[in-house]
Design a protein. Structure first.
Length: 106
């Protein structure tokens, strides 16, 4: 994974073409990049992010941002109550308890 200015890029290698190709993750907009070496793919990633930000500025639009960390979650009321009680017993907020469980699952 590559990171730059809060954006994350995922890279794959195409052994038939002999190139790396990548995409910026977590956006509605599509930002891609490619290169023939690690140095080229890293530079192409940074250039693609900069080009995207410049393009948005020229159009007067806000660029799409990576995930904010906010997640709207709907639960059945009984489950909501159960996890709330468990979080209280453990001395944690509901958000903290859920985040810890999701981290363990990953």
């Amino acid at each position: 994974m590559l990171t730059y200015k809060g954006y994350t890029g995922h890279v794959d290698y195409d052994d038939k073409a002999g190139i790396f190709h990548g995409e910026v993750l977590g956006l509605r907009d599509v930002i891609t990049f490619q290169g023939k070496s690690v140095e080229e793919i890293e530079e192409a990633f940074r250039e693609s992010v900069d080009d995207y930000l410049d393009f948005c500025e020229q159009k007067g639009e806000d660029p799409d941002k990576p995930f904010s960390g906010r997640l709207m979650l709907r639960l059945p009321p009984k489950l909501h109550r159960k996890v709330y009680v468990i979080a209280l017993r453990e001395g944690k907020s509901l958000n903290q308890w859920i985040a810890e469980r999701l981290e363990l699952a990953c």
